[in-house]
Design a protein around this ligand. Structure first.
Ligand code: NAD
Ligand code: MG
Length: 392
């Protein structure tokens, strides 16, 4: 029997890489449903190739455009729209696995629906965990959802950890997350104010969506990943460390009590962690060329400069604050990054908006999806008000 997949965010960088791995392993996997926000043309091409039962667009106008285009091409895929439909395709009884590759908090409700339905959940959408935190992991546990990390660092740690989860606490000293340092690792901090969206989206090793590219440039991506690791692996925040490794050959490491360190290595290409999650514990072709060690110039490591990357430390600060604070940080960052990408906020003021929002809103513990979404909304309006103060 083929595994049937729903790919949430199929038109994005992770989504298209996932479809590439499915294409290479078509005897084992098939697409049940796809989703996108606005990219009608690409969704039409994906429907023609993968023949999904459903395609979900974020809003009515794009759903109508897709419906017309599918009909014009005599394609049978049914078009749905909105949050409820995303939850439906993530939890449908005929779905085996769900790739969560929507960007931002918008991915939380369908990922949570997949967890509630006890699906195999391939999680790229780190913001869902940063927002959902404890509630997300409780849902995973209560419904026997198999949660497989797709973020390359977390996939690396997952592969290095002992299989028996019950032993982690006594065996593990720390988790070492590697970071590329992004395009501005060596830039004079005094010139960060001049950075344009095009420069920030020009990552040295990866071609990624625009939001995560900006997060990599500020290192807020690593801050979100520290929070993601805290929840995925149930470790204390102080046991998670970050080291800059510009070549991105080592994808992360686990340090044990005896000072032994296990690392996962490979060509930096997201199809590797995607294929790993899709097939786990088996292994399938990813389409990625293996590392050629004889051509590697060297592996280097350095400490993250707090002056250049002030946002990194907000992760530990938010994790040690009342529960829900990580959702506030995520919302502020989404608002600030969107404003930067629209030319309304200077690059070096993304941190100022995040910090001001954290200081303005101390949440009470959110106990449901609705409370999380309400907190997300509240944090977005506070961040929006701060934007005006800091905007260009
Ligand atoms: P992207 O911007 O390339 O794609 C995002 C996808 O989500 C698109 O299909 C888009 O149509 C859809 N989408 C956006 N907003 C939506 C909304 N409001 N409602 C419904 N759908 C929406 O992003 P990406 O780089 O593929 O990243 C996706 C997720 O994976 C992010 O959470 C990111 O942090 C994570 N991730 C990405 C990479 C990478 O290499 N790109 C690596 C690790 C983790
Ligand atoms: Mg990552």
């Amino acid at each position: 029997m083929k595994q049937r997949l729903t790919v949430l965010g199929s038109t994005g960088s992770i989504g298209t890489n996932t479809l590439d791995v499915i294409r290479r392993n078509a005897t084992q996997f098939e697409v049940f449903a796809l989703s996108a926000a606005t990219q009608v043309e690409l969704m039409l091409a994906q429907c023609a190739e993968f023949q999904p039962r459903y395609a979900v667009m974020a809003s009515e106008p794009h759903a109508l455009l897709l419906k017309d285009a599918l009909e014009a091409n005599s394609l049978q895929t049914q078009v749905l729209k909105g949050r409820g439909a995303l939850e439906d395709i993530a939890s449908h009884p005929q779905v085996d696995a769900v790739m969560g590759a929507i960007v931002g908090a918008a991915g939380l409700s369908p990922c949570l629906a997949a967890a509630k339905a006890g699906k195999r959940l391939l999680l790229a959408n780190k913001e869902a965990l940063v927002v959902g935190g404890a509630l997300f992991m409780e849902t995973v546990r209560a419904n026997a959802c198999t949660l497989l990390p797709i973020d390359s660092e977390h996939s690396a740690i997952f592969q290095c950890l002992p299989e028996d989860r019950a032993t982690w606490n006594e065996r593990i000293d720390s988790l070492l997350l590697t970071a590329s340092g992004g395009p501005f690792r060596q830039r004079d901090p005094a010139t960060l104010s001049e950075i344009t969206p095009a420069q920030a989206c020009n990552h040295p090793n990866f071609s990624m969506g625009r939001k995560i590219s900006v997060d990599s440039a500020t290192m807020m991506n690593k801050a979100l990943e520290v929070i993601e690791a805290r929840w995925l692996f149930d470790v204390k925040p102080e046991k998670i460390k970050v080291v800059i490794h510009p070549q991105q050959i080592i994808h992360s490491m686990v340090q044990f009590k005896d000072a032994s360190i296990l690392a996962q290595l490979g060509t930096p290409d997201m199809r590797v962690p995607i294929a790993c999650g899709m097939a786990w514990p088996e292994r399938i072709e990813s389409g990625v060329a293996p590392l050629d060690f004889t051509t590697l110039a060297g592996l280097t490591f350095e400490e993250a400069d707090a002056c250049r990357f002030p946002g990194l430390h907000l992760s530990w600060q938010a994790l040690n604050a009342p529960e829900g604070t990580t959702a506030v940080l995520n919302a502020a960052n989404e608002v600030a990054v969107a404003a930067f990408l629209m030319g309304q906020l200077r690059f070096d003021r993304i941190h100022a908006v995040n910090l001001a929002t954290l200081e303005a809103l101390v949440p009470t513990k959110p106990n449901s999806l609705e409370e999380l979404l309400a907190l997300d909304d509240e944090a977005r309006s506070i961040a929006g008000a701060h934007l005006e103060k800091f905007s260009v």
